[in-house]
Design a protein around this ligand. Structure first.
Ligand code: PHE
Length: 342
């Protein structure tokens, strides 16, 4: 094949191949095929021009330059096309549709339990009580011993506790904070103490192994049972409405004497009897009593000089009554569909 023929054939091959290249890699490989310094097809032909007979050399040289320029031009066009294609592809795939609806973050809200605790706190703050907290991991002394509940005393059965290593336990009542507070200060004492408690209870509609209590304690000179009654009646009215009546039933707690269960008349049926009050017309809302002299003595208070009263209520129970819930577990499940209703 003459050099002229070779050039023409190469040109038509290049025309066919280059437009087919669809990636940067393919076009680079083609470039090496035609222009590679060692074995490029065009390079090889151009190298052979010097062997062409002298009289043909000008025309061969001219065609060689023409073909070279044409192929270079084809490369340039195809490279630009590949670049544009990949650019368009990226633009299409990375496109952001600003008209799509956004992701809506619901604003936070106060959980029923916290809302209930806040309301209880507000009522007592209005009566001049301050709010204190104490540890959730307790020693036997604060949770029991100092509260007049000796080891092996049958009353311990009232609190089925979770025990930890080395005499520690998860507090099973906030009454432990009575001791912490009185150890740190002299009378008068007037505090409430909200917090989480833990008991080994089987979970059912009204029991959960974790729950909240609010403890109350008032100690001063000449505090009597009437003060306890007056205070807790005020609380019941402040919390459940001014029409509520209260009743005090005798009860037993090792750290109070006498002790009383505080009842309010049922605000669902107005005392007529319903499912919530189990047809009794009354609902128990807390335990209470006059601080036992042993407890006062344990913290170094003189029971001849000082007297006081204490009370403790379950926040879940108050929340269930307030919001008419029939299962305590809904307060711990954090199901948005439930919480959104309040
Ligand atoms: N701590 C008691 C309980 O958990 C409640 C209580 C507190 C009773 C203070 C009397 C006085 O059941």
């Amino acid at each position: 094949m003459s050099v002229l023929e070779q050039l023409n054939q190469l040109r038509s091959e290049a025309e066919g191949e280059i437009v087919k290249a669809s990636s940067q890699q393919e076009i680079d490989e083609l470039w090496v095929r035609f222009f590679g310094r060692k074995a490029g097809e065009l390079t090889t032909i151009l190298r052979g021009v010097k062997d062409v007979p002298a009289e043909e050399r000008p025309s061969v040289g001219k065609l060689a330059n023409e073909v070279k320029a044409q192929i270079e031009e084809l490369f340039k066009i195809q490279k630009e096309r590949i670049y544009q294609d990949s650019l368009n592809e990226r633009l299409a795939s990375e496109k952001i549709d600003v008209t799509l609806p956004g992701v809506w973050n619901k604003p936070g809200r106060i959980h029923l339990l916290n809302a209930t605790m806040r309301r209880i706190k507000e009522v007592f703050k209005g009566l001049g009580y301050s709010v204190v907290s104490g540890p959730e991991v307790e020693t036997d002394y604060y949770n029991f011993e100092a509260l007049n509940i000796p080891a092996n005393h049958p009353s311990r059965e009232m609190w089925d506790s979770f025990f930890l290593r080395e005499g520690l336990l998860m507090r099973s009542q906030t009454s432990s904070n009575q001791i912490h507070v009185m150890e740190k200060q002299d009378p008068p004492v007037r505090i409430i103490s909200p917090g989480k408690c833990y008991r080994r209870d089987s979970v059912d509609a009204t029991h959960f192994w974790e729950f909240h209590q609010i403890e109350g304690l008032l100690v001063d000179e000449k505090v009597t049972f009437s003060d306890l009654k007056g205070t807790l009646e005020l609380f019941a009215k402040g919390m459940f409405g001014s029409r509520r009546k209260t009743r005090f039933n005798p009860s037993y707690f090792p750290f109070t004497e006498p002790s009383a269960e505080v009842m309010v008349d049922c605000f669902v049926c107005e005392g007529k009897g319903c499912r919530v009050c189990k047809n009794s017309g009354w609902i128990e809302i807390m335990g209470s009593g006059m601080v036992h002299p042993h407890v006062l003595r344990n913290v170094g208070y003189d029971p001849e000089k000082y007297t006081g009263f204490a009370f403790g209520m379950g926040v879940e129970r108050v929340a269930m009554l307030t919001y008419a819930l029939d299962d305590i577990r809904v307060l711990f499940e954090n199901d948005q569909r439930f919480l959104d209703q309040f």
